[in-house]
Design a protein around this ligand. Sequence first.
Ligand code: FAD
Ligand code: AMP
Length: 471
Amino acid sequence: MKNYDVVVIGGGPGGYVAAIRCGQLGLATALVDEWLGTDGKPALGGTCLNVGCIPSKALLDSSHHYHNLAHLLPAHGITIKGASLDVATMLARKNKVVQTMNRGVAALLKKNKVTAFSGHGRLQAGNHVAIAVHGAAEEVVAAKNVIIASGSVPIDIPVAPVDGRSIVDNTGALAFDEVPKRLGIIGAGVIGLELGSVWNRLGSEVVILEALEDFLPAADRQIARDALKAFTKQGLAIHLGARVTGAKAGKKGVSVKYEDQAGSKALEVDRLVVAVGRRAFTDGLVDADVGLAMDDAGRIQVDELCRTSIDGVYAVGDAVKGPMLAHKASEEGIAVAETIAGSKAHIDHRTVPWVIYTHPEIAWVGDTEQQLAEKGIASRSGSFPYRALGRAHGSGETNGFVKILADAKSDEILGVHIFGAQASELIAEAVTAMVFRASSEDLARTVHAHPTLSEAVHEAALAVDGRAIHM
Ligand code: FAD
Ligand code: AMP
């Protein structure tokens, strides 16, 4: 039987990053991943690379360019007559981006001497892993340590059964062969909003049905209000308090039934996307006699260092508690690799940034005002609008603001909330500041280049103390 220091099950951003770090640390490492690309070949990178972060952003960028042709460029004095859209080319580009990155992950594993198995991995008692290699017999290997990074899959709801054609999940919504005239989306979460934005910009009439009365309940309240207004103006019809009770695919499209305060309603769409969240994926992962403890939400139970109930078995990423974000999965993977190698690792879950890639983008790190109030922490707040930035006017991106929340006594930054262009990039400065436990005064005394959007972060820090310059 082959013997490894570490066997990683799952090749997404949790698993492959853990495996690379193990390789760097000199551990004999194997990684098992079962994902196959559309060409039937191994496609390392998991949900994130194959049907998540990367392809969704590729399409968001493509659709943003198309949308700008009609909506942004004329104001710059640029008009293009006869512009056309070729969905097949757009999808082929997206697929090429994914395949390039798949090859990149395979090369990184090789460079770090990680043995990659393409097939299904199953944890057995005694930290053995049974590997059903695609197209070959099962092989059992021994592992001193196992890292489970099996990720997540879309949640199915019986009222809207996915058929992969008219009713699709997030994977299907990245591969429509034409722009649906009317597109329905169930769920106004991150995935529903990002996918809705893609097809809306390409010309679909998009209706999003969301059961909750609240829009983006995890976000800053003012950002949620402003974002709802902006997205509605863009043409996303977002119905809050609308619970879908049925969906039936027919020859012409999909008939959707939902209930809101006014009673039962019906909606006809050409395609329907079910984007009601994702669940930890643990199907066929562990033999029953292993006794791996799960939590109430069906995730693998872990402590603060991602240790499971079994000695030498760790779990990271979407398969465990915490936000379903690629960078959170990777950070946990690195910490576990370092723990196995004997270092004292630490995962700072407090400073994991959130990003929603709509337009404008939404990004935040740390607590909201509501959360601080619930914790009984007194805070001071400073906000600064994009419309007061020269650079924002230059690029025509004046919608949005930065808000910084700092401890009322110590001035330590406790939360930063951004709604606006490039929020996904700007949030990195806020994360760094919080990791170094900076005060708002530290940020206020930090020189920011002019003219940039980052000046909004600087001015918001000054505003905490009531001394913003351009407001
Ligand atoms: P996954 O990426 O799900 O990888 C798990 C891998 O393990 C898969 O390849 C799976 O096939 C394999 N596997 C599972 N069980 C076994 C087994 N028993 N044997 C062998 N292989 C197995 N997050 C962000 O941070 N930013 C974004 O912009 C973003 N956009 C997203 C957009 C969409 C449309 C979706 C769906 C998700 C998005 N996410 C985003 C979330 C992100 O994709 C996940 O948080 C991330 O992929 C989790 O990483 P993971 O390694 O835990 O699992
Ligand atoms: P997220 O978990 O962020 O991807 O968001 C999924 C969203 O889908 C949540 O806000 C849920 O309230 C919403 N949702 C779940 N079931 C339904 C349903 N039957 N009808 C409408 N919205 C739903």
